[in-house]
Design a binder for this molecule. Structure first.
Ligand SMILES: NC(=O)c1ccc[n+]([C@@H]2O[C@H](COP(=O)([O-])OP(=O)(O)OC[C@H]3O[C@@H](n4cnc5c(N)ncnc54)[C@H](OP(=O)(O)O)[C@@H]3O)[C@@H](O)[C@H]2O)c1
Length: 327
């Protein structure tokens, strides 16, 4: 079977298609015939050698934390009835990074497999696996009240496609921030009432203006770095700042004392999802899709062998919503 490997840490060109032996399910595993493999921003950072203090993958490795497809075979401790079902699956326990998704067949722990409801496309369901779960967790923690002002950075990306409509549904007035008119137009279609381009000078003043001058009550920061820091500056007293994004190079640099002084609660990536809430939130994400409350999540798709092109497109900020590899 074909699988794409990271040969060494480096740019997109280190992603190379290889032939690998077909996997066999261990006792507590399933093998999935992969229809689509998801690309997380983390895949790109890890491929470049980022996060070595925390993540342990070493080249050569097959990247990919999640797949959608049908169950091909199951291990001895797994109910045989799973075979043939349409599923999404994490390739390792949440919070770890095992990889293995960029392949025609993926071995996954049985506990990380979720059936896709009838009527939900596999590709859209795959966008629930990490993005939907993460977005619902942040929305739940934010406990948005009616009329609260919410700022979403990196709003044109995978998480934005969940956060913007979910925040709107919670009664918020949403300001979406992204780079370029194309992405801003996309966030308007998702339901953002106000949009700001953070590649332009003075964007925070425009975001503040959109809130009537009071600042924002909740920030969902997927961009991080200077963009995230600037978003923190316009967070109102009593606000909540969710710092899970490092797409612009690192997490937003926020001093805990300053946040306390200003009465802003900061929630970091480590507190993003309570382990005991994962199953419930993922089922909720799939229900949101089945009910049609959330949709049009997938932007660009690439053939598995073109993983390098897909990574380059994300790094060059040329994608909108979720990017997938089709096996
Ligand atoms: N998806 C998840 O489940 C999850 C979970 C935990 C943490 N996160 C983190 O949250 C952040 C956003 O995730 P995502 O899934 O929405 O990512 P994504 O779909 O890959 O999109 C990345 C976004 O980052 C923005 N960006 C800002 N500065 C960038 C730069 N210098 N280079 C490339 N992109 C840049 C891009 O929009 P503009 O071009 O408009 O700026 C783009 O929309 C990432 O740091 C990710 O690691 C994601």
């Amino acid at each position: 079977m074909r699988a794409v490997q990271v040969k060494e840490f480096g740019g997109p060109e280190v992603l190379v298609a290889t032939e690998q032996p077909e996997p066999v399910a261990g006792p507590d595993q399933m093998v999935i015939d992969v229809a689509a493999a998801e690309i997380l921003f983390l895949d790109i950072q890890l491929r470049g050698g980022w996060g070595r203090d925390y993540f342990t993958v070493m080249p050569p490795y097959v990247p990919g934390a999640g797949v959608a497809g049908t169950v091909r075979s199951v291990g001895g401790n797994v109910a045989p009835g799973w075979t043939g079902r349409r599923v999404i699956a994490g390739t390792g326990p949440s919070g770890s990074y095992v990889g293995g998704g960029y392949a025609q067949q993926a071995t996954v722990p049985a506990g990380e497999v979720f059936e896709v409801p009838d009527g939900v496309a596999l590709s859209e369901a795959l966008a629930a696996l990490h993005d939907g779960l993460m977005a619902l967790s942040q929305i739940e923690k934010a406990a948005i009240g009616p009329g609260e002002r919410v700022l979403v950075t990196a709003a044109g990306g995978s998480l934005g496609a969940w956060l913007v409509p979910l925040a709107r549904a919670a009664g918020a007035r949403v300001v979406a921030a992204a780079r370029g008119e194309h992405k801003l137009e996309h966030t308007r279609r998702l339901g953002a009432e106000d949009v700001v381009d953070y590649s332009e000078e003075g964007w925070t003043a425009r975001a503040r203006q959109a809130t009537g001058g009071a600042g924002v009550d909740v920030v969902f920061d997927g961009a991080g770095g200077r963009i995230g820091r600037a978003a923190f500056e316009i967070t109102a007293p009593g606000g909540r700042f969710f710092s899970y994004g490092a797409a612009s190079g690192g997490f937003a640099d926020i001093d805990a004392d300053e946040a306390r002084r200003r009465g802003v609660t900061v929630v970091g990536i480590r507190d993003a999802i309570a382990p005991e809430a994962q199953g419930r939130l993922l089922e909720q994400a799939l229900s949101e899709l089945a009910a049609g409350h959330i949709g049009s999540l997938v932007g660009r798709t690439f053939p598995l062998e073109h993983a390098a092109k897909a990574h380059a497109a994300i790094e060059n900020r040329q994608t909108i919503g979720k990017t997938l590899l089709l096996a």
